[in-house]
Write a protein that binds this ligand. Structure first.
Ligand code: NPQ
Ligand code: MG
Length: 368
């Protein structure tokens, strides 16, 4: 399979409600879409880098630049297959989200040409999945309780509360008291705490949380390990894990007992599967994280989350949780579950009208 050209397309999707985490507040999701055109057909993917480098060091314009200047030039001469992409990018350090987008678009084109679904290719074992929802930091605890109530009524199997210093014990206590012990409840700090907060964070143990996600800095596995030794709440890593090697190191030092896998953060779906394999071999559950994806990323994440080691509900919410209008047909919860796309490739393509309405810029890069 030969690449003839690539379209980079920026889209802007207004959020139905602002999303506040310990990192800041988001009102619009700016995303970068990649369309590869090959001699065997087209493929689509999304780059999950945010507009600004807050969650991770990558950002949208930087990712576009890396794709344009450093990734595509090495792909144009190749006879492409999905497994050849990551090795061809090895000389470019980091930039996992840029790499993931290009690899996934190639994977989509390659699978479509063969009539295979991404789910089948990765080794999916389920056709539909219970999923979770991530709830931002609210203005008041009462407002938070209303939001959680609405999500539980919609059928979400797990609720994750964003926390930060000053918004942790009280909202967690009130949600637990209001909705009872039967609700799977987790928290995500997005690196907002320090080692000195360990005694405070162990007070969360009173509320039966299924996990606490990424309390400390991405590079600080040591503090995560110290905390994990004292916390009865399982520790999950997100920002710290950028590869299967990171995952193996974190497991070996007991820095976590659960891993959040985001394909963009780790360089693609093939590396994501390797992390799944490493975790599974060590008896750790994994789940699929979310980056406020468009329908393209949501579709591919459902395929990954259908692998056998994804035993906890992912941040793969219905489209309506985030967007009124998306670039694809919406994903919906049916009986508390979301269907894993079964069509060729990622199983979905953009709707031309929605895509055009949401596009803010396009760029075409031809093979030399
Ligand atoms: C997490 N996601 O697990 C992330 C963080 C996150 C669903 O909680 C724009 C784009 C804003 C991606 C805010 C969820 C974002 C974003 C937070 C990702 O840590
Ligand atoms: Mg997280």
């Amino acid at each position: 399979m030969k690449l003839t050209g690539v379209e980079l397309r920026k889209v802007a999707l207004p959020l139905v409600t602002p999303f506040r985490t310990s990192l800041g507040t988001q009102t619009v999701r700016d995303a970068l879409l990649v369309r590869v055109v090959t001699d065997e057909g087209e493929g689509w993917a999304e780059c999950v880098a945010e507009d600004e480098p807050t969650y991770c060091p990558e950002y949208l314009e930087g990712a576009a630049d890396v794709i344009r200047r450093f990734l595509l030039p090495v792909l144009f001469p190749l006879d492409l297959d999905p497994a050849a992409v990551a090795p061809a990018f090895e000389h470019v350090r980091a930039h996992q989200m840029a790499k993931s987008a290009v690899e996934t678009a190639v994977l989509d084109a390659w699978l479509r040409a063969r009539g295979l679904s991404l789910a089948a290719y990765l080794g999916a074992v389920r056709r539909s999945l219970p999923v979770g929802v991530s709830v931002g930091i609210a203005e008041t605890v009462d407002a938070l309780l209303d939001t959680v109530d609405r999500h539980l009524a919609a059928g979400y199997a797990r609720v994750k509360l964003k926390i930060e210093p000053g918004w942790d014990l009280e909202p967690v206590k009130r949600v637990r008291e209001t909705f009872g012990a039967g609700v799977m409840l987790t928290v995500d700090a997005n690196t907002a705490y320090e080692a000195a907060d360990i005694p405070h964070l162990t007070r969360l143990d009173a509320y039966g949380l299924a996990m606490i996600e990424q309390p400390f800095a991405p590079g600080d596995l040591h503090t995560h390990a110290r905390f994990a030794a004292r916390s009865s709440t399982p520790v999950c890593l997100d920002e710290s894990i950028t590869s299967a090697r990171d995952a193996a190191a974190a497991i070996r030092m007991d820095a976590c007992s659960i891993i959040n896998i985001k394909p963009g953060r780790v360089g693609g779906y093939l590396e994501a599967r390797r992390i799944h394999d490493v975790a599974r071999a060590n008896g750790l559950p994994v789940w699929c994280g979310g980056m406020l994806e468009t329908g393209l990323g949501r579709a591919a994440n459902l395929a990954l989350a259908a692998l056998p080691g994804f035993t906890l509900p992912g941040d793969i919410s219905a489209t309506a949780r985030y967007y009124e209008r998306d670039v694809t047909a919406p994903f919906v919860l049916v009986g508390g579950e979301m269907a894993v796309p079964s069509g060729p490739g990622i199983g979905i393509t953009p709707d031309p009208e929605d895509l055009d309405a949401l596009t803010t810029a396009t760029e075409w890069i031809s093979a030399p």
